[in-house]
Design a protein around this ligand. Structure first.
Ligand code: FEO
Ligand code: CA
Ligand code: CA
Length: 697
């Protein structure tokens, strides 16, 4: 196995970048400048120190290192279900396999940069046809009708399911998280957008489902304009609300007095692939699409809008000028119809996409499913905001096996009836040893115990003062009331299909410990750094290995940053042998059980974002290696890792200071004379006889 080389290092000092590490356009158009506002969680829910005594008392009932059951089919890493993944059911090796590549040196290239021996091709890019008959992309002559049939903008999550009965064809599912109008339209006037730009923006959001085909001889993957499966869901497609809050007063609007039918899905960030063959998608920063919260004066309604960070005045895109549903003073409940987990059944084009109220409403990064031993579905979910929370959901019913119509219809209800929980973390070390620098406490580990606090189950609320419907629609408020732990931006949360251990990406939180007379939130053992620019990764082990358990143990696997920084931590591995990494965002696993992490703020280290592999088992646990870096200004989204190929989604290439269509800051993927276009990229290893080989084997 190749050893990482010191060439994969960058030297301190590191450049100081914009707040949160992102560039201006992404901050404005993706997150509604969340980092520039005070965090919306101003609750006084109890903190770590208050929980310590209780947690210490509880530790006796928790069992570390439990033998875990791995539910067959509970793989959101594609590898285990991909055709041609020979060896995918091999016994676990004693030493980690799958990391036999030479790590990429961190860089600022305007290119996809890969280890020697690897190749890539662009599968599909913004504007490429998805529906048969869609016109070719024409940057200077865009229309909403064309965009509604083409691949949307800023693809984030990417999921694959093998297409039944075919060779190497897959159903690909992509989120189109958000639009960046100043990069999409030449001469865009942010103060006075046109109605057609608004309509194009609506059409460029949403989801794509399309067939893709991999050529085993060359390794290349290309889209197929399949009339049966290919679909676009946009900002005007109809979604059905289901679950215990569907039809509630909080979800009724003048256009939909039933509170069950919603037009569109916005800011879909990450997602998941379910063991029953559907795709999940998280509606994240939906607040940025709704205007005029300052005009809402009723105190409870105003507080709830503030808790979700809804725009006080006009929105960045000004959509409220074209449709009153985006103005909370005119249509107060429309905003409540966003912030959900969406489920799409790609095998059944007639089935409507669903928004599941049972999984709560917050800034959903995504949802990933693990099956319990009794086949109940457990969804892990992060609320991506500074000082927000980690959640899970446990279905009432077990998954039904098989491909029958009855099984498919039953499994579509798994996310409709269940129990919603939020996490509270407690540390093992004295609070005084968590000094905020990232220095390890005396016991050598940031670790501890925790509990899943029930919020609601069906029509039953466990939160004093809130009905079940209120818990589902105003989930952040419910979690505040029960004293959930304020985390450093929880993003992807995913169970390792080989071990069942759960990994939580905490992207960053530069406001941790920031002096504020009213609500300074200091470090705790689960979020141990003040001014946490680089984020960390928590490993969580459910009690008894049972994902339905209400207690867990946890430890921090990675304290991210430049390994030259003494207060970073890489699972105890030799820090001279790891790649620098900042702002972990999306997670997945390969068939060997290695963790793969894509990042969202490489600029914090003055390097491009990328996809990293991390060994989890054996003497190399914590070894972190950069596998691929994305072009200038891009974020690395959507990783899918199989034995034979890897997919990544370079999102917002060229989003650097002062970028515009007349002065693009990236020429990726098509080179001189073109505009940067968010895309899906396929990566494979060139075999000795010209055939694609295994990834990192
Ligand atoms: Fe869209 Fe949580 O990143
Ligand atoms: Ca400790
Ligand atoms: Ca993300």
């Amino acid at each position: 196995m190749a050893q990482p080389r010191p060439s994969g290092r960058v030297e301190l000092p590191l450049l100081t970048k914009s707040h949160g590490g992102r560039q201006g356009l992404t901050c404005r158009y993706r997150c509604a400048n969340a980092c520039s506002h005070d965090e919306p969680n101003t609750s006084d829910n109890e903190y770590f120190g208050d929980m310590l005594a209780r947690a210490v008392n509880r530790r006796g009932v928790l069992r570390a290192g439990a033998v875990l059951t791995v539910a067959a089919g509970a793989t959101t890493a594609l590898a285990a279900c991909a055709p041609g993944t020979e060896g995918s059911d091999a016994a676990a090796p004693t030493e980690p396999h799958g990391l036999d590549f030479e790590p990429v040196a961190p860089n600022t290239n305007d290119a996809i940069t890969l280890p020697p021996g690897y190749e890539s091709n662009v599968v599909i890019r913004w504007g490429d046809p998805v529906l048969p008959g869609a016109p070719a992309f024409d940057f200077d002559n865009q229309t909403a009708d064309a965009q509604a049939a083409q691949f949307g903008y800023n693809n984030d999550f990417c999921g694959l399911l093998p297409l039944r009965g075919t060779g190497e064809r897959y159903l690909m599912f992509c989120n189109h998280e958000y639009t960046i109008e100043p990069l999409m339209f030449r001469g865009y006037d942010a103060d006075d957008p046109t109605e057609e730009q608004y309509r194009i923006g609506l059409a460029a959001h949403g989801l794509s489902v399309l067939v893709v085909e991999r050529d085993r001889a060359t390794g290349r993957m290309t889209p197929v304009l399949d009339p049966q499966y290919n679909r676009r869901y946009t900002g005007t497609s109809e979604f059905v609300l289901d679950g215990p809050a569907a039809g509630s007063d909080w979800l009724r609007t003048s256009a939909d007095p039933t509170g069950t039918r919603v037009l569109g899905t916005f800011n879909n960030c990450s997602g998941g692939v379910t063991p029953w063959g559907t795709f999940l998608s998280g509606e994240e920063n939906f607040n940025g699409y709704f205007a005029n919260a300052a005009g809402v004066t009723e105190p409870v309604a105003a507080a709830r809008l503030a808790r979700y960070g809804v725009e006080e005045e006009s929105t960045e895109r000004r959509w409220e000028r074209f449709d009153s549903r985006f103005d909370v003073t005119r249509e107060p409940n429309e905003v409540n119809r966003f912030g959900w987990i969406v489920e799409v059944d790609p095998h059944d084009p007639a089935a409507p996409p669903v928004k599941h109220t049972a999984l709560g409403r917050f800034k959903h990064e995504g949802a990933t499913i693990r099956l319990a031993a009794d086949r109940r579905a457990v969804a892990y979910m992060g609320d991506d905001e500074r000082f927000d929370y980690v959640y899970k959901y446990v279905s009432d019913e077990p998954m039904m096996d098989g491909e029958t119509r009855a099984a498919r219809e039953h499994n579509r209800t798994l996310l409709t009836r269940g129990t919603l929980y939020v996490a509270r973390f407690a540390g093992s070390s004295p609070a005084g040893e968590i000094d905020g620098t990232g220095r390890l406490p005396a016991d050598g580990t940031f670790d501890g115990s925790g509990e899943w606090i029930p919020l609601a189950a069906g029509d039953r609320s466990f939160v004093d003062g809130m009905t079940a419907e209120e818990v589902y629609v105003f989930t952040r408020e419910a979690a505040d009331r029960v004293g959930a732990t304020k985390m450093d931006r929880p993003e992807d949360i995913e169970a390792n299909p080989r071990t069942g251990n759960v990994y939580i990406a905490l992207t960053n939180n530069s406001d941790r410990g920031k002096a504020d007379a009213e609500r300074t939130v200091g470090p705790d053992e689960a979020n141990p750094r003040v001014d946490n620019k680089h984020g960390h990764v928590i490993e969580l082990i459910e009690q008894g290995g049972d994902p339905t358990a209400t207690a867990f143990r946890w430890s921090i696997l990675l304290v991210c940053g430049d390994p030259n920084d003494p207060n970073t931590y890489f699972g105890g591995f030799d820090k001279t042998q790891v790649s620098p990494i900042t702002s972990p965002d999306n997670l997945t696993f390969d068939t060997y059980g290695n963790l793969w992490i894509s990042t969202d703020s490489g600029l914090e280290l003055n390097i491009n974002d990328g996809l990293y592999a991390v060994a989890l088992e054996g003497p190399t646990r914590g070894r972190t290696m950069l596998f691929a870096s994305v072009p200038a200004g891009a974020e690395c989204c959507g990783p899918v890792v199989t034995e034979n190929f890897v997919l990544i989604s370079p999102q917002h290439p060229g989003d650097l200071d002062d970028a515009s269509p007349d002065a693009p800051k990236s020429l990726w993927p098509d080179g001189p004379g073109t505009q940067p276009r968010p895309s899906v990229v396929n990566i494979w290893r060139t075999g000795r006889v010209g055939q694609p080989g295994r990834i990192g084997a």
